[in-house]
Design a protein around this ligand. Structure first.
Ligand code: MN
Length: 244
Protein backbone atom coordinates (compact mmCIF):
# COMPACT_ATOMS: atom_id res chain seq x y z
CA UNK A 1 0.00 0.00 0.00
CA UNK A 2 1.01 3.61 0.47
CA UNK A 3 2.93 5.68 3.02
CA UNK A 4 2.85 9.21 1.67
CA UNK A 5 4.81 10.76 4.53
CA UNK A 6 7.58 9.05 6.46
CA UNK A 7 11.16 9.84 7.41
CA UNK A 8 13.11 6.79 6.24
CA UNK A 9 16.45 8.45 7.03
CA UNK A 10 15.52 9.01 10.67
CA UNK A 11 14.90 5.38 11.63
CA UNK A 12 17.80 3.83 13.54
CA UNK A 13 18.17 1.24 10.74
CA UNK A 14 17.11 2.95 7.48
CA UNK A 15 18.42 0.22 5.16
CA UNK A 16 16.45 -2.46 6.96
CA UNK A 17 13.31 -0.32 6.79
CA UNK A 18 13.84 0.24 3.06
CA UNK A 19 14.23 -3.53 2.59
CA UNK A 20 10.95 -4.04 4.48
CA UNK A 21 9.19 -1.53 2.21
CA UNK A 22 10.57 -3.21 -0.91
CA UNK A 23 9.59 -6.70 0.27
CA UNK A 24 6.02 -5.48 0.80
CA UNK A 25 5.79 -3.58 -2.48
CA UNK A 26 4.95 -0.43 -0.55
CA UNK A 27 4.73 2.96 -2.26
CA UNK A 28 6.58 5.49 -0.09
CA UNK A 29 7.10 9.21 -0.12
CA UNK A 30 10.33 9.53 1.85
CA UNK A 31 10.35 13.10 3.14
CA UNK A 32 13.45 14.92 4.38
CA UNK A 33 13.83 17.64 6.98
CA UNK A 34 16.86 19.47 5.53
CA UNK A 35 18.19 19.96 1.99
CA UNK A 36 21.57 18.59 3.12
CA UNK A 37 19.87 15.27 4.05
CA UNK A 38 18.36 14.80 0.61
CA UNK A 39 21.22 13.19 -1.30
CA UNK A 40 21.96 10.45 1.19
CA UNK A 41 18.25 9.79 1.77
CA UNK A 42 17.68 9.52 -1.95
CA UNK A 43 20.60 7.08 -2.06
CA UNK A 44 18.66 4.74 0.23
CA UNK A 45 16.01 4.34 -2.47
CA UNK A 46 18.26 3.99 -5.49
CA UNK A 47 17.02 0.46 -6.31
CA UNK A 48 13.48 1.05 -5.11
CA UNK A 49 11.34 2.64 -7.83
CA UNK A 50 8.31 2.77 -5.53
CA UNK A 51 10.16 4.99 -3.03
CA UNK A 52 10.29 8.67 -3.98
CA UNK A 53 12.47 11.04 -1.99
CA UNK A 54 11.08 14.51 -1.35
CA UNK A 55 13.24 17.58 -0.86
CA UNK A 56 12.32 19.31 2.40
CA UNK A 57 13.11 21.92 5.00
CA UNK A 58 11.04 21.22 8.10
CA UNK A 59 9.49 24.27 9.80
CA UNK A 60 11.05 23.29 13.14
CA UNK A 61 14.49 23.49 11.50
CA UNK A 62 13.75 26.44 9.21
CA UNK A 63 15.44 29.07 11.41
CA UNK A 64 18.54 26.96 12.08
CA UNK A 65 18.91 25.86 8.43
CA UNK A 66 17.86 29.02 6.61
CA UNK A 67 21.38 28.96 5.14
CA UNK A 68 20.43 25.82 3.19
CA UNK A 69 17.96 27.68 0.97
CA UNK A 70 20.51 27.94 -1.88
CA UNK A 71 21.02 24.15 -1.69
CA UNK A 72 17.26 23.66 -1.88
CA UNK A 73 17.18 25.88 -4.94
CA UNK A 74 19.98 23.87 -6.51
CA UNK A 75 18.31 20.50 -5.84
CA UNK A 76 14.72 21.33 -6.74
CA UNK A 77 15.32 20.56 -10.41
CA UNK A 78 16.12 16.95 -9.42
CA UNK A 79 12.88 16.23 -7.55
CA UNK A 80 9.20 15.81 -8.29
CA UNK A 81 8.14 15.94 -4.67
CA UNK A 82 8.84 18.54 -2.00
CA UNK A 83 8.47 17.97 1.76
CA UNK A 84 8.47 18.23 4.60
CA UNK A 85 7.81 21.96 4.51
CA UNK A 86 5.28 24.23 6.20
CA UNK A 87 4.76 26.15 9.43
CA UNK A 88 4.61 25.08 13.08
CA UNK A 89 2.77 27.24 15.63
CA UNK A 90 3.80 25.32 18.75
CA UNK A 91 4.71 27.61 21.68
CA UNK A 92 8.39 26.59 21.65
CA UNK A 93 8.60 27.63 17.99
CA UNK A 94 7.18 31.10 18.57
CA UNK A 95 10.55 32.88 18.49
CA UNK A 96 11.32 31.30 15.08
CA UNK A 97 8.02 32.06 13.44
CA UNK A 98 9.30 34.90 11.27
CA UNK A 99 12.11 32.76 9.86
CA UNK A 100 9.66 29.89 9.32
CA UNK A 101 7.41 32.14 7.29
CA UNK A 102 10.33 33.54 5.27
CA UNK A 103 11.54 30.03 4.46
CA UNK A 104 8.06 28.68 3.62
CA UNK A 105 7.30 31.63 1.30
CA UNK A 106 10.63 31.14 -0.45
CA UNK A 107 10.06 27.38 -0.88
CA UNK A 108 6.59 27.93 -2.32
CA UNK A 109 7.92 30.48 -4.76
CA UNK A 110 10.75 28.14 -5.82
CA UNK A 111 8.16 25.40 -6.47
CA UNK A 112 6.16 27.87 -8.54
CA UNK A 113 9.20 29.03 -10.53
CA UNK A 114 9.97 25.41 -11.41
CA UNK A 115 6.52 24.56 -12.69
CA UNK A 116 4.96 23.30 -9.45
CA UNK A 117 5.61 20.31 -7.20
CA UNK A 118 3.57 17.91 -5.12
CA UNK A 119 4.27 19.19 -1.60
CA UNK A 120 3.90 17.36 1.73
CA UNK A 121 3.02 20.10 4.20
CA UNK A 122 3.17 20.38 7.99
CA UNK A 123 0.60 22.77 9.47
CA UNK A 124 0.44 22.02 13.21
CA UNK A 125 -1.15 24.94 15.07
CA UNK A 126 -0.57 27.10 12.00
CA UNK A 127 -3.25 26.06 9.52
CA UNK A 128 -4.55 29.59 8.91
CA UNK A 129 -1.12 30.93 8.00
CA UNK A 130 -0.22 27.84 5.96
CA UNK A 131 -3.39 28.21 3.88
CA UNK A 132 -2.89 31.97 3.47
CA UNK A 133 0.65 31.31 2.21
CA UNK A 134 -0.54 28.62 -0.21
CA UNK A 135 -3.29 30.90 -1.49
CA UNK A 136 -0.71 33.56 -2.36
CA UNK A 137 1.27 31.17 -4.58
CA UNK A 138 -1.39 29.27 -6.52
CA UNK A 139 1.12 27.88 -9.04
CA UNK A 140 3.31 26.22 -6.39
CA UNK A 141 1.77 22.84 -7.18
CA UNK A 142 -0.40 20.40 -5.25
CA UNK A 143 -0.35 20.74 -1.46
CA UNK A 144 -0.85 17.56 0.55
CA UNK A 145 -1.58 18.51 4.14
CA UNK A 146 -0.07 15.80 6.31
CA UNK A 147 -1.61 14.84 9.68
CA UNK A 148 -4.09 17.71 9.46
CA UNK A 149 -5.19 18.88 12.92
CA UNK A 150 -7.03 22.15 12.30
CA UNK A 151 -10.70 22.94 12.67
CA UNK A 152 -13.53 21.80 10.41
CA UNK A 153 -13.77 25.31 9.04
CA UNK A 154 -10.05 25.34 8.21
CA UNK A 155 -10.47 21.97 6.58
CA UNK A 156 -13.17 23.37 4.31
CA UNK A 157 -10.89 26.25 3.37
CA UNK A 158 -8.11 23.77 2.56
CA UNK A 159 -10.48 21.73 0.40
CA UNK A 160 -11.58 24.88 -1.44
CA UNK A 161 -7.89 25.69 -2.10
CA UNK A 162 -7.39 22.29 -3.75
CA UNK A 163 -5.43 20.66 -0.94
CA UNK A 164 -5.05 16.90 -0.60
CA UNK A 165 -4.58 15.09 2.71
CA UNK A 166 -2.45 12.27 4.08
CA UNK A 167 -3.96 10.48 7.05
CA UNK A 168 -2.32 7.96 9.35
CA UNK A 169 -3.42 5.46 11.97
CA UNK A 170 -2.16 7.77 14.76
CA UNK A 171 -4.47 10.57 13.59
CA UNK A 172 -7.40 8.16 13.52
CA UNK A 173 -7.08 7.33 17.22
CA UNK A 174 -8.81 10.57 18.27
CA UNK A 175 -12.44 11.58 17.80
CA UNK A 176 -11.32 14.89 16.32
CA UNK A 177 -9.00 13.20 13.82
CA UNK A 178 -11.76 10.80 12.77
CA UNK A 179 -14.25 13.65 12.27
CA UNK A 180 -11.71 15.53 10.14
CA UNK A 181 -10.93 12.46 8.04
CA UNK A 182 -14.65 11.89 7.50
CA UNK A 183 -15.03 15.42 6.12
CA UNK A 184 -12.15 15.08 3.63
CA UNK A 185 -13.06 14.41 -0.02
CA UNK A 186 -12.22 10.72 -0.43
CA UNK A 187 -10.69 11.33 -3.85
CA UNK A 188 -8.01 13.50 -2.21
CA UNK A 189 -6.95 11.26 0.67
CA UNK A 190 -3.84 9.09 0.97
CA UNK A 191 -2.38 7.09 3.85
CA UNK A 192 0.77 7.96 5.79
CA UNK A 193 2.58 7.13 9.03
CA UNK A 194 4.95 10.03 9.86
CA UNK A 195 7.27 7.33 11.22
CA UNK A 196 9.49 7.23 13.15
CA UNK A 197 7.87 10.20 14.91
CA UNK A 198 4.42 8.67 15.20
CA UNK A 199 3.49 5.66 17.30
CA UNK A 200 1.08 2.87 16.51
CA UNK A 201 -0.14 0.57 19.29
CA UNK A 202 2.70 1.69 21.54
CA UNK A 203 5.53 1.11 19.07
CA UNK A 204 7.29 3.34 16.55
CA UNK A 205 5.23 3.45 13.36
CA UNK A 206 6.81 1.56 10.47
CA UNK A 207 5.93 2.63 6.90
CA UNK A 208 3.80 -0.49 6.36
CA UNK A 209 1.69 0.46 9.39
CA UNK A 210 0.03 2.98 7.06
CA UNK A 211 -2.14 0.05 6.04
CA UNK A 212 -3.78 0.10 9.49
CA UNK A 213 -5.56 3.28 8.40
CA UNK A 214 -7.29 1.50 5.52
CA UNK A 215 -10.04 -0.34 7.45
CA UNK A 216 -10.72 2.86 9.39
CA UNK A 217 -11.07 4.85 6.16
CA UNK A 218 -13.26 2.11 4.67
CA UNK A 219 -15.59 2.51 7.64
CA UNK A 220 -15.70 6.31 7.26
CA UNK A 221 -16.43 5.89 3.56
CA UNK A 222 -19.13 3.25 4.16
CA UNK A 223 -17.36 0.80 1.95
CA UNK A 224 -15.27 -2.37 2.18
CA UNK A 225 -11.50 -2.65 2.46
CA UNK A 226 -10.92 -3.63 -1.17
CA UNK A 227 -12.93 -0.68 -2.38
CA UNK A 228 -11.03 1.68 -0.05
CA UNK A 229 -7.72 0.27 -1.31
CA UNK A 230 -8.81 0.80 -4.92
CA UNK A 231 -9.75 4.40 -4.13
CA UNK A 232 -6.37 5.07 -2.47
CA UNK A 233 -4.48 3.47 -5.38
CA UNK A 234 -6.43 5.61 -7.82
CA UNK A 235 -5.69 8.71 -5.75
CA UNK A 236 -1.96 7.93 -5.78
CA UNK A 237 -2.00 7.48 -9.55
CA UNK A 238 -3.69 10.84 -10.03
CA UNK A 239 -1.32 12.57 -7.63
CA UNK A 240 1.75 11.01 -9.27
CA UNK A 241 0.45 12.09 -12.68
CA UNK A 242 0.59 15.69 -11.44
CA UNK A 243 4.36 15.39 -11.09
CA UNK A 244 4.90 14.63 -14.77
MN1 MN B 1 6.91 14.43 9.43
Amino acid sequence: MIDLHCHLDLYSNPRQVVAGCKARGLYVLSVTTTPSAWKETQGLAIDAPRIRTALGLHPQLAAERIGELPLFEQLITEVRYVGEIGLDGSPEQKQHRKDQQTVFNKLLSLCSQHGGRVMSIHSRRAVGDVLASIAKVPDAGTPVLHWFSGTQRELQRAVDLGCWFSVGPAMLTTAKGIALARAMPKDRVLTETDGPFAQVDGHIAMPWDAELAVPMLAELWNTDINDAKACLRNNLQRLAAMTK
